[in-house]
Design a binder for this molecule. Structure first.
Ligand code: 6R9
Length: 687
């Protein structure tokens, strides 16, 4: 058992001996040596790693090349250009060739604890080949975009890998987004087809995914884009009655035995096809499309500060190297591991650490359809015991929410298989870190707090479990190839310990995004214009006297709600769509479980008055427009907003008002100072 050491009042956690013993990187010195090589000679570092993969042909030009300074020309990043490979081939065929065919690739754990199954690498290969052939039979080809809006089921991974196999760019949209948000993403990428399922149970809620997709397709049609095909997985159990318009639904009218009986009505049209019917007709062999290293692999939308989501684009080879390497070292992957990342594949964490990273290492993973509190708050640990999970990865918001239910839900399960506990998505408060370490990990597991972004493709600042002495709340040190710096507002590097600055990176690593889909200019403006020569994360951070990096959170107009990034502009534009609202300003607000939540100030149009009902209506508006996870916690009336003479809303002041802090700071640039008092008076009682 490892206990903390005291470090000037802070806690230090040295690597756990039993983990260190088997670790790929088992001392800080070894990390430092490898790190040094990775930044001084990235070419030879990544060339060595590239040898683990299958390449149809070798790079034709420079191994890597880039420009991070827009004054010198367009921003670009290229790794291994001219080399050809296929990430699906590497994940499946290569692993089968090295004898892993009968190994389990995924255990599937349903929302209902009695639902489950598994798939081996052989079987996954067969399913993926068949589905690649389905896509091909529809005329889909390299470079086309396909949207995926699916629950956490094996078919989701099959769909993703099949796209990758034939060079179709997948654009996965988390199946919690509204039809509007889904439509916006389909339109931006001009997706030719969409893959979904009939519905899904989440906890005790039944969601009609097909209906949301139908609505999104109608919105797209109205805006001039036709989605040609919609493929629907028959996922609900035969006892969930499905009624389709043409009766093509393998219907049964028997009520479900153990679950609440519900009918799911879905519409059916010419563009729709059942997944299983299409699969029946296909061959289980499909030659992969040999892709250039820099061909696009997937796009994934992330919130942008202007409100319009950005399609972050990743390419084949760099992402493959980086996702696999971070997975191997950060979770210290060993062949007998049972690895579980609880993230939904609809987010980047699911792309990199449910699918691509583990599969390219030949790991056995878990796909969990449900939620942490169903049937009770012990579900995670019950699953850990059921499969003997060794490496577990989740988000601070889940940890905090589970903490609230007390230790009992954890300690009634054994958890003796656990070795490494990861966290991602937002800064983890030391209290949650310590609970994770002491209670969940029983003081015998390493905690890795991994900082990264959709844009970075994989972990960029993170401890290594066998090498790094950790401090609760710090993501510690850069991964291989990452050169971080902290800049002040003027772009000068901060060297002083404890001083906060903008977290930036000086040179590219293989997994960094290459562009914003269809808008390279936005890519340059968002990440490279604020500080020339650096990739700017949009996060603030500081370094302590020991060189540890502490990420403090977003410093742009982004809010991190339960680990999901939302832009305040996006919420504001949903609010002003309501007939009563003339202007809205949204700020982030601390929240015990979610980390942050949103607090909305709304100015009403003449003739409207504020009420509880209106507040509820506005919250629902955001929910419908963006998705349930975006629902604001607070809405308050604002007869006037604090604005500068040039008309800029001073959000800094609104954040103070939201928390009831009268020390609002400098207000000399305000056009009208009297609004502040009024806003304090109108704060809702529960804020
Ligand atoms: C992987 C992912 C990225 C933003 C990022 C930052 C926050 C993620 C963090 C963290 C502190 C950590 N973030 N991990 N902040 N410590 N360990 O979450 O991607 O959805 O794009 O969010 O999340 O603010 O900029 P994404």
């Amino acid at each position: 058992m490892a206990d903390a050491q005291d470090n000037h009042g802070g806690l230090l956690f040295p690597p756990i001996e039993r983990i260190q013993k088997e670790a790929h990187i088992s001392s800080f010195k070894q990390y430092e040596d490898m790190y040094k090589q990775s930044i001084e000679d990235p070419e030879s570092f990544w060339k060595e790693i590239a040898k683990q993969f299958y390449w149809k042909s070798e790079p034709t030009g420079k191994f890597f090349d880039y420009n991070f300074d827009s004054r010198k020309g367009p921003i670009f990043i290229k790794w291994m250009e001219g080399a050809t490979t296929n990430i699906c081939y590497n994940a499946l065929d290569r692993n089968i060739d090295r004898g892993l065919g009968s190994k389990i690739a995924f255990h599937w754990e349903g929302n209902n604890p009695e639902d489950g199954g598994h798939i081996t690498f052989n079987k996954l290969y067969e399913q993926v080949c068949k589905f690649s052939n389905v896509l091909k039979s529809m005329g889909l080809k390299k470079g086309d975009r396909v949207a995926i809006y699916m629950p956490m089921i094996i078919e989701l991974v099959v769909a993703l890998l099949a796209c990758a196999r034939i060079g179709v760019i997948h654009s996965i949209v988390f199946a919690g987004f509204s039809s509007e948000s889904l439509a916006e993403r389909i339109l931006d990428a001009s997706c030719r087809a969409i893959i979904t399922s009939d519905g899904v149970w989440r906890g005790n809620k039944l969601l009609n995914l097909k209906h949301i997709v139908d609505e999104a397709i109608i919105i797209c049609e109205k805006r001039g884009h036709k989605v040609e095909r919609c493929i629907v997985v028959r996922h609900l159990s035969p006892s969930d009655e499905i009624i389709t318009e043409d009766g093509d639904g393998d219907c049964t009218t028997e009520p479900p035995a153990k679950r609440p009986s519900r009918q799911l009505k879905i519409q059916w049209s010419d563009r729709d096809s059942w997944w299983h019917k299409l699969m029946e007709l296909q061959d289980a062999v499909c030659e992969p499309e040999w892709m250039d290293a820099e061909d696009p692999l997937f796009m994934l939308y992330t919130s942008g500060s202007t409100g319009k989501p950005k399609g972050v684009l990743h390419t084949v080879a760099g992402y493959m190297l980086y996702s696999a390497t971070t997975f191997k070292y950060v979770f210290d992957y060993q062949p007998d591991d049972i690895y579980w990342c609880t993230a939904d594949v609809g987010w980047i964490t699911g792309h990199t650490y449910v699918c691509y990273g583990p599969l390219n290492n030949g790991a056995t993973g878990i796909i969990f359809e449900g939620v942490p509190f169903y049937p009770d708050a012990g579900r995670f640990w019950q699953i850990v015991d059921k499969y003997k999970v060794t490496k577990f990865y989740t988000a601070p918001t889940a940890i905090r929410a589970l903490m609230k239910f007390g230790d009992d839900f954890v300690t009634r399960h054994k958890r003796t298989s656990l070795k490494i506990l990861g966290t991602v998505g937002e800064p983890i408060n030391p209290e949650a870190w310590l609970w994770y370490y002491n209670v969940v990990g029983n003081k015998r597991c390493a905690v890795v707090d991994t900082f990264w972004q959709t844009e970075t493709g994989g972990h960029v600042i993170t401890p290594l479990p066998g090498a790094t002495v950790t401090k609760p709340g710090s993501a510690t040190f850069p991964f291989f190839g990452i050169v971080p710096a902290l800049l002040d507002e003027e772009g000068k590097e901060i060297t002083e310990a404890g001083k906060e600055g903008y977290l930036v990176f000086k040179q590219p690593w293989p997994g960094i995004m290459r562009t914003v889909f269809g808008n390279h200019e936005r890519f340059e403006t968002t990440y490279f214009k604020k500080f020339h020569g650096y990739y700017c994360t949009g996060d603030g951070a500081k370094k302590d006297a020991d060189g540890y990096i502490w990420v403090t959170g977003r410093i742009d107009d982004m809010v991190n709600v339960s680990g999901h990034l939302l832009s305040t502009a996006e919420i504001e534009s949903a609010l002003v769509e309501h007939a009563a609202v003339s202007e809205a300003a949204v700020v982030s607000h601390p929240h015990k479980i979610k980390g942050e939540c949103t607090y909305c100030f709304v100015t009403l149009k003449e003739g409207f008055s504020f009420s509880k009902d209106l507040s509820v209506e506005l919250k629902n508006k955001v929910r419908e427009k963006i998705g349930p996870f975006a629902q604001p916690d607070f809405v308050q009336e604002a007869p006037g907003l604090p604005k500068t003479r040039s008309g800029k809303i001073m959000r800094r002041i609104l954040r103070k008002i939201a928390v009831g802090d009268k020390e609002v700071g400098d207000i000399s640039t305000l056009a009208d100072e009297t609004v502040i008092d009024k806003l304090f008076q109108l704060r809702p009682a529960d804020a």
